[in-house]
Write a protein that binds this ligand. Sequence first.
Ligand code: ZN
Length: 311
Amino acid sequence: MLAIGVDIGGTKIAAGVVDDDGRIIASTTRTTPATDPELIEAAVAAAVSELRQNHDVVGVGVGAAGFIDADRRTVVFAANLAWRDRPLADELERMVSLPVVVENDANAAGWGEFRFGAAKDADHMLMLTVGTGLGGAMVHDGRLLRGASGMAGEVAHVTAVPDGQWCGCGRRGCLEQYTAGTALVRTARKRASSSDPALGPLVQAAGGTAKGIDGPLITRLAQHGDPASIELIAEIGRHLGTGVASLAAVLDPGVIVVGGGVSAAGDLLLDPAREAYAANLTARAFRPIAPWTLASMGNEAGIVGAADLAR
Ligand SMILES: [Zn+2]
């Protein structure tokens, strides 16, 4: 059975026809018309129509950033895409005449990794998507944990530092503020602006200004052995490990999968995370310590996971 998976990102809509083994056998993309919900829906419908021309599909799964209701039909709130209580599944079904399910993008990617990727041999998984922000997905006993209203898995907004950095959610000290790409760049720029000599190589590589520093640059320098860049990524990893240790007290995951742009740093991120995780795990003498592993499907996880949910 073939299904179409759609990943609606802030800049790009990526869609693919996915087979039973989680392989993408055809794909297409559209630019995201960011401000207008109707234009986004039209772009998704156009991508679906294009893919359907040559493939017989049973349904469409859509991954979108934001809160999705428990029935997987309505985008309750999306910070970046101008959706407020938008009946996305209804609108798309009307346009493409196929069954449509909508899922949070991090959940869709997590489901892809759980079914076909890094956690395919596990029953209990916690996935963290460490990109610009922090996304989470939890699978318990082979099922995506969605909560009473579809909003479970928002690991970004558990409190990591009481009275810490302000967060876009309106609270302070959220885990996302210490573990995602924005945190990495903010800390680096702040230290560079205070003329911290350790940041010299990074500033130089950024063209001489703190403003030129971005996440991929920090990762690249860390991979070339720059101590300050290694430490910047390690700090993100330690916060991640400590935060996940708290979550593990509740969730008891079998494996922790890390994806997203910042995960390009590999073990430079994961080793400090593993260490902090083990050190902060409750009752750690009496429990197996879940392994941390990198996501294996990259950007395809969201498309494949969304399609599989539609099936
Ligand atoms: Zn928050």
